[in-house]
Structures are given as C-alpha cells and as structure tokens.
Design a protein around this ligand. Structure first.
Ligand code: ADP
Ligand code: MG
Length: 240
C-alpha cells in the first residue's frame, strides 16, 4: 500500500503541500481533483521520489521513498507514472518505444522485452500499431502507448497525472476506457483528473485538493452528491 503521512513540501518560500495524509490500499482507486496549483502533481512527484519532501513520510509497501538508503530506481519500477504528455522517441516504432525500458532498466533480452511490449500494447488496444511511428498516431493512441510503456515494467501501482488534459475531447474517452479497464483488473491507482464523470465512475475514493491541503476525501457518491466542505462545493459548482 501507499502511505502518506503529514507530508509537507515547499518550493522556496511557497508551501505547496501542507500536511497531506492519505493511505491507498492495494487494489484501491483514488482520484484527486482540485483547482490548478493546488498541489496535485507535486504530490504524485513526491510519491514517485521525483521530488524531495520537507516533512512527513511516504512509504510504498513499507519502504520509505525519501530515505537515503532507498533504491529509487527499484521503487519506480513498482510505481509507474503517466503524465499529460510523453514524448516518445520519434525515430523508433511504437513497439520499439515500449521495449526500451524493459530492455534497459530491467535488462531483459530483446525477445522477452518484445513479448511484454506486444502484450501490453495489445492490452491497450494498439496491437495493430506495433510497427507504426508514434507521430503517425492520434493523441489518444499516443497516450495509450504511454500507458503500455508504463505497464511494461510490471508496476504494482500506477499514478496518472491528467493523462487526458492535452487531448481533443473526441479522444478522451478511449484513454479513460483504458484507465477504467486497469481499475477493473485491480490495479492500484492514483489518478489526478478533471474528468468528473470518470472520477465518479471508477473511484473508490475521491480526494479534493485545495491550496496544498486535502480539504475533503470520501466515496464518490458523497463527494459529488453531498460535499461537506464549502471549497469542494464551490469547486464542483465551477466545473459542472
Ligand atoms: P496542480 O497539479 O494541482 O495544478 P502543482 O502541484 O503543479 O499543482 O503546483 C502546486 C504549486 O507549486 C503551484 O503554485 C506551482 O506553481 C508550484 N510549483 C510546482 N512545481 C514547481 C517547481 N518545480 N518550482 C517552483 N514551484 C513549483
Ligand atoms: Mg498538475
């Protein structure tokens, strides 16, 4: 599980995480919603060890992310992350792009890496695109390739940071469907999203972030149906 305890994080004099507490159990899907600048991306970056923290602790299956002795590369294999945009290598095919990390990071043979990449690309519906170059695909297909690339490392946890925000509205659905499929398969996920319908549909719990704090967390029916905090009510009022 992912345990986040009283995490504080500042950039210079700006405190962007003001004591976050959150435990995500194995198999759980937690979505994070909230306005721009509320600290959502920063939290994901801290969970993955991409950013140091100023106070508190984050543990993945009991291992402290920010301990000097923690092998971050090993940890990141366990915790995949997908961003709004991923710049694939344009001179490599889709298959070669997805094979890269299993080859280089996991040290798999070409054949093993190819087998995994084909399996994951097929899983996200890109089985017909293996030999295509990334820039010949739609934005939605490229995001699904990015998800396949993360899955090729056999992560136990997945973090998604607004993976549909850069997409044409028409292409959002296919990517959300892919996330939904992973959720149904039991993947443990934290998804930062602006897609409220998706959050309502797939989440076990929804966390609302406001100015660096988790203002409210609860089951989707409660957060969307009966938000308790005025900040949550105002935010949901503004995105509906
Ligand atoms: P969100 O993802 O909720 O929009 P972020 O976590 O990206 O918010 O940002 C939270 C705050 O931290 C914002 O005020 C942002 O400007 C600031 N911030 C984020 N990353 C950095 C950075 N690398 N250096 C300085 N300030 C940053
Ligand atoms: Mg963000």
């Amino acid at each position: 599980m992912i345990e986040i305890e009283n995490v504080r994080k500042s950039f210079g004099s700006l405190e962007v995480l003001k004591g976050i507490d959150l435990t995500v159990e194995k198999g759980e899907v937690v979505t994070i919603i909230g306005g721009s600048g509320s600290g959502k991306s920063t939290l994901l970056a801290c969970i993955n060890g991409l950013e140091p923290i100023n106070a508190g602790v984050i543990r993945i299956d009991g291992t402290r992310v920010h301990d000097r002795t923690t092998d971050l590369n090993r940890l990141r294999r366990k915790v995949g992350i997908v961003f709004q945009q991923w710049n694939a290598f344009p001179h490599l095919t889709v298959l070669e792009n997805v094979m890269l990390a299993p080859r280089k990071v996991l040290g798999l043979s070409r054949q093993q890496a190819e087998e995994i990449a084909v399996r994951q690309l097929t899983h996200v519906g890109l089985g017909e695109k293996l030999s295509v170059y990334p820039n010949r695909m739609s934005g939605g297909q490229q995001q699904r390739m990015a998800i396949a690339r993360a899955l090729a490392m056999s992560p136990e946890y997945m973090l998604f940071d607004e993976v549909t925000s850069a997409l044409d509205p028409m292409l959002v659905g296919e990517v959300l469907d892919t996330l939904k499929m992973l959720a149904e398969e039991g993947m443990t996920m934290i998804c930062v999203t602006h897609e409220m319908g998706f959050a309502r549909d797939v989440s076990d719990r929804v966390a609302f972030f406001h100015q660096g704090a988790m203002a409210e967390i609860g089951p989707p029916d409660q957060i969307f149906g009966a938000p308790r905090q005025p900040e949550t009510q105002a935010f949901l009022g503004s995105v509906r």
